[in-house]
Ligand binder design. Structure first.
Ligand code: DC
Length: 228
C-alpha cells in the first residue's frame, strides 16, 4: 500500500549565485531532508543540446529531443547525482557554457513542464528542500515553507569568482565579466513568459549580501521552526 504520509516540502528560489544550494544543503542535513537542486536538471538538458551542436534557446532544436531525453536525480550518501540518459553528468554541468545553456533552455515551456513533473513526483515521495527559480510559484505552489534567497549582483559575482578560483576553473575571468554574465542570466530567468523567476508574496525574503552562510541557514531554520 502506498504511504499516504504528507511530506515536508521547503521551496527556495532566487537568482544565480545567491547561495541557495549551499544554504539548502545545510538545512537538508540539519532537518534530515533530501536536497534537490533543480538547476542541475536544466543543466543536464542543456548539456545534451550543446553536445549535439544545437542551440539550447531554440525550441525548434530542443522540442524533438524531449521525448527521448531522460534526466534523473539520485541522492547518494547525501550528494545529488544528475543523470542524462543514464550517464552521470554531475561533474561536467558546472561550466559557464552550460550555465548559460541552462538559462536559455529554461525559457522553453515544454522543458519546464517535463522537469517540473518529475520534481513534483520527487516532492510527493520525499521530505525535500528544493531550490530553483520558480519552485514556490510553479513547481510546489502549496509548499508550506517558501523562501526567496537573493544577494546583490556584485556580491554574487564575487562569490562565484572565489568559488571558481578554488576549483581552478575559469581563471581567465574577471569580476566585471562575471557580473555581466550573472546579470544576463538574471534577465533571462526573470523575463521569460512561462514560470519566470520572481519573488512570490508568500515567500520570505532572505538577502544574503551581508550574511554568512551560517546566518542565512539560521534565519531560514528559525522561520521553518516558527511555521511548523
Ligand atoms: O541554479 P543554477 O544556477 O544551477 O541554474 C542554472 C540555470 O537553469 C538558471 O540560470 C536558469 C535555469 N533554471 C531554471 O530555469 N529553473 C530552475 N528551477 C532552476 C534552474
Amino acid at each position: 500500500m502506498k504511504n499516504e504520509r504528507k511530506t515536508i516540502n521547503i521551496a527556495i528560489d532566487g537568482p544565480a549565485g545567491a547561495g541557495k544550494s549551499t544554504v539548502a544543503k545545510r538545512i537538508a542535513e540539519k532537518l534530515n531532508l533530501l536536497h534537490l537542486d533543480t538547476g542541475a536538471m536544466y543543466r543536464a538538458m542543456a548539456l545534451k543540446v550543446l553536445r549535439l551542436g544545437l542551440t539550447p534557446g531554440s525550441a525548434q532544436d530542443v522540442l524533438p529531443l524531449l521525448p527521448e531525453t531522460d534526466v534523473t536525480i539520485a541522492i547518494v550518501d547525501g550528494v545529488q547525482h544528475t543523470y542524462l540518459d543514464g550517464e552521470d553528468v554531475t561533474g561536467i554541468i558546472r561550466t559557464p557554457e552550460v550555465s548559460k545553456g541552462a538559462s536559455d533552455i529554461g525559457v522553453i515551456p515544454d522543458v519546464r513542464i517535463k522537469l517540473a513533473e518529475s520534481q513534483r513526483e520527487f516532492a510527493k515521495e520525499n521530505d525535500v528542500i528544493m531550490d530553483g527559480r520558480e519552485i514556490g510559484s510553479f513547481v510546489l505552489p502549496d509548499a508550506p515553507h517558501k523562501f526567496f534567497v537573493t544577494a546583490s549582483v556584485e556580491e554574487r559575482a564575487r562569490r562565484r569568482l572565489l568559488e571558481m578560483h578554488e576549483k581552478g576553473i575559469g581563471l581567465d575571468k574577471d569580476l566585471e565579466t562575471l557580473k555581466e554574465e550573472i546579470a544576463a542570466r538574471d534577465y533571462t530567468d526573470s523575463h521569460r513568459d512561462f514560470a519566470p523567476l520572481r519573488h512570490v508574496e508568500d515567500a520570505i525574503l532572505v538577502d544574503t549580501t551581508e550574511m554568512t552562510i551560517d546566518e542565512a541557514v539560521n534565519e531560514i531554520l528559525r522561520h521553518v521552526t516558527e511555521q511548523a
